[in-house]
Design a protein around this ligand. Structure first.
Ligand code: CTP
Length: 159
């Protein structure tokens, strides 16, 4: 009989899929043979006070499209982790170190690990970047319009 497969599980929202997510998923997949991801549903995010840009179906599809992810299931509440770990025969629960210590109580049923986050990027940062980029464009359009108005005014004054 061959060696049993090692299953790794992680949880998260994964909105606006970015390089911090990919790097974490790559490292997680490297810890075992199968990586499954509990992706927070829109209803659960609402309870957490988290507003996403992408709905659950798209966040799930993006995760499934990532080569390091073998399967995705919905994370609907804080309490389901224990039963998920038993149901999916999980060996390792691992998550970014912004959650350090939070899930130590699961150590009686699997290994619990916290991996370093990629610095300088988050879904929140991406949202802010898009907003500031959009703002800058609006400001330059407004300035351009003011200049056109000034030029028109000076032309009518000359007449
Ligand atoms: N993560 C990471 N490096 C980052 C951002 C996130 O390793 N730069 C990890 C988190 O630690 C977590 C997983 O990716 O284990 C999913 O995190 P999520 O909260 O969905 O992503 P964030 O970008 O942190 O989102 P937000 O800004 O909304 O908190």
């Amino acid at each position: 009989m061959g060696k049993p497969l090692k299953t790794v599980v992680t949880y998260g929202t994964f909105d606006l899929f970015h390089v911090g997510h990919v790097r974490l998923l790559k490292r997680l997949r490297g810890l075992g043979d199968r990586l499954i991801v509990g992706c927070s549903t829109d209803e659960f995010n609402e309870k957490k006070g988290k507003r996403t840009v992408m709905p659950y179906a798209q966040r799930e599809e993006l995760l499934l499209g990532c080569r390091y992810v073998d399967d995705v299931f919905p994370e609907k509440n804080w309490e389901q982790k224990r039963s998920d770990i038993t149901k999916y025969k999980v060996d390792i629960f691992a998550i970014g170190d912004d959650w350090s210590g939070h899930f130590d109580s699961l150590q009686d049923i699997c290994e619990v690990m916290y991996l370093p986050r990629t610095s300088g990027i988050s879904s929140t940062d991406v949202k802010k970047l898009v907003v500031s980029r959009f703002k800058n464009e609006l400001v330059s359009i407004a300035t351009e319009l003011q200049n056109v108005e000034k030029r028109l005014r000076s032309l009518t004054e000359i007449e």
